[in-house]
Every structure is written in structure tokens, then in C-alpha cells.
Design a protein around this ligand. Structure first.
Ligand code: NAD
Ligand code: ZN
Length: 255
């Protein structure tokens, strides 16, 4: 067995022996679906600097400008399909070995990949709200005009968390609670630098969870709190890990 296979075996063992397993996912899990992360060279984020376009101040002061970025992002996201990593996590949940996904992504690909217990830490782009009168709309009902406008005339904002906005209270509280009692946390495709999502691995570790990290590159977690680092593409590693759980656990979890 190669080193990676041994590590995958060890990770599958930890998952089988855990009664509460979480996955924290970031932009990296959707890269193989065609949505670039913040770090990839080229693509969306080299054209639109998130520091300039993805802040709530930018939206309030010039929503038309921010919608130039949102329109391009919407094109990329609506063309994306779940990749083998999303699908394998859906399967792991159905097998009873994955209890919740906490995702920083707004692309809906976990749900499309068959996952049900998904906590959207940074919201979802499929609904829009008016910052001025509070009315909500489905994005699909507002596709005909860009930027989409509220009945009150103001430009609508997608229900994703911009830099400078608070995390939805429900997602924040549930994530904190779950991280405090998890036995295994899989950290997949996130650089874990965006706060406060990056506190989740630390909270879990302090409560003695095993940290399994899956990433193409090492992160600041890899040398500090990660117990098992599985280096590679999420679309390859996650299915391999789920296969290992299947072989060993035979689809019957502890509870
Ligand atoms: P990030 O861009 O900071 O980091 C992505 C991480 O994924 C990096 O560590 C990179 O090495 C890793 N990675 C890249 N491709 C990978 C692959 N194929 N397999 C495994 N790992 C891979 O992303 P972040 O930590 O999620 O923070 C960025 C913020 O922007 C988050 O809030 C994120 O949700 C948001 N964002 C979301 C999307 C989306 O919804 N798909 C896309 C871009 C950014
Ligand atoms: Zn309005």
C-alpha cells in the first residue's frame, strides 16, 4: 500500500468509529465543477478582486458595479454540476457516516449532489433580498432584468454573505454546536483563512475531534491541527475515502 492509501485507510477507520462526523467545505471542492476558487490563476477572481467587489460597502455604494461581478458568477455557477466529491459526500450521508456538511460555498452543489443536511455558512445565491424594504425573491424569477430590481425600485442583493456582513445566526449557532461535539471533522478544499468559518476546525480540535484534511496543497491547518492530511484533488480523494468506508463499514454505522 502506498502512503496515500494508508492514510485513506486510517481516515476511513476514524469515520467508521465516529458517531458525529462533519465536513467543512470551501471553494476548492467546486473547482472541478468549473467554479474557480479565490486562489486559482485566471478566471473570475482575477477580473474582479473580491476585496473590491465582494464587500457589503461596495454593494451599498455601487450595486450596479457589483452586479457586473455577480452576473458573471451567476453564469459560472448556474452551468456547474456536482462533481464526484459532492456526489460521494451525498453517498456518505445516505450510508449514515456523514451527519452534516458546513459549507462556505454558495453554489448549491452539495444539495444537487444528494446531500440533505447542509448548513450554508455564507448563504445561497438562489434567493435575492432588498436591503431597503426587506422583500425577498427567488433569483430564477428575476432573471429577465440585470441588475434585478425590487418592486420598490431598488437593486436586489443575493442572499450570500458579503465581506463585512454577519454570518446568518442560525448557521453560526448550529455550526458552533456541531463543531463542539463532533468526533471527526473533514476539512475539504478550504484555505481556512476566511473568518469566522476558520474557527470551526479549531473548535472541533479543542473538543478532541479528529481532523481529516483534504486539499491539493498544504494549508496553515496541515502542520498545526490536522491529524490526517490527504493531499490531492477532492474529486479523487473523497470518492476513494468513501469507497474505503464502504469496504470496511459495510454500510452499517454505529448508530
Ligand atoms: P479559497 O479559494 O481561499 O481556498 C480554496 C482551497 O481549495 C485552497 O486551499 C486550494 O488549495 C484548495 N483546492 C483548490 N482546488 C482543489 C481541488 N480540486 N481539490 C481539493 N482542494 C482544492 O476558498 P475558501 O477557503 O472557501 O474561501 C473563499 C471564500 O469565497 C469562501 O467564503 C468561499 O465560499 C467563497 N467562494 C465560493 C465559491 C463557490 O461557491 N463555489 C467559489 C469561490 C469563492
Ligand atoms: Zn425593496
Amino acid at each position: 500500500m502506498g502512503k496515500l492509501e494508508e492514510l485513506i485507510e486510517a481516515a476511513s477507520e476514524a469515520i467508521i468509529n465516529s458517531t458525529l462526523t462533519l465536513a467543512l467545505t470551501g471553494a476548492g471542492i467546486s473547482v472541478e465543477s468549473g467554479i474557480p476558487d479565490f486562489r486559482s490563476a485566471g478566471g473570475l477572481w482575477s477580473k474582479f478582486d473580491p476585496a473590491e467587489y465582494a464587500t457589503i460597502e461596495a454593494f451599498r455604494s455601487d450595486p450596479e458595479k457589483v452586479w457586473k461581478m455577480l452576473t458573471e458568477m451567476d453564469k459560472v455557477v448556474s452551468a456547474a454540476r456536482p462533481n464526484p466529491a459532492h456526489i460521494a459526500l451525498g453517498e456518505l450521508e445516505r450510508m449514515g457516516y456523514l451527519h452534516y456538511i458546513i459549507t462556505q460555498n454558495i453554489d448549491n452543489l452539495h444539495q444537487e449532489g444528494g446531500s440533505r443536511n447542509v448548513i450554508e455558512y455564507h448563504g445561497n445565491s438562489s434567493t435575492l433580498s432588498c436591503l431597503w424594504c426587506g422583500k425577498n425573491y427567488r433569483a430564477s424569477d428575476k432573471r429577465d432584468t440585470i441588475p434585478p430590481r425590487c418592486d420598490c425600485g431598488k437593486i436586489l442583493k443575493p442572499d450570500v454573505v458579503f465581506f463585512g456582513e454577519p454570518i446568518p445566526a442560525d448557521a453560526l449557532n448550529r455550526s458552533f454546536q456541531l463543531a463542539s461535539s463532533a468526533q471527526v471533522l473533514m476539512v475539504i478544499g478550504t484555505s481556512a483563512v476566511v473568518s469566522p468559518a476558520n474557527t470551526i476546525p479549531t473548535i472541533a480540535k479543542q473538543n478532541r475531534a479528529k481532523i481529516i484534511e483534504i486539499n491539493m496543497e498544504r494549508t496553515h491547518l496541515s502542520d498545526t491541527i490536522t491529524d490526517i492530511f490527504l493531499q490531492g484533488k477532492a474529486g479523487e480523494i473523497v470518492p476513494a475515502l468513501v469507497q474505503a468506508v464502504k469496504r470496511k463499514g459495510g454500510g452499517s454505522p454505529l448508530m
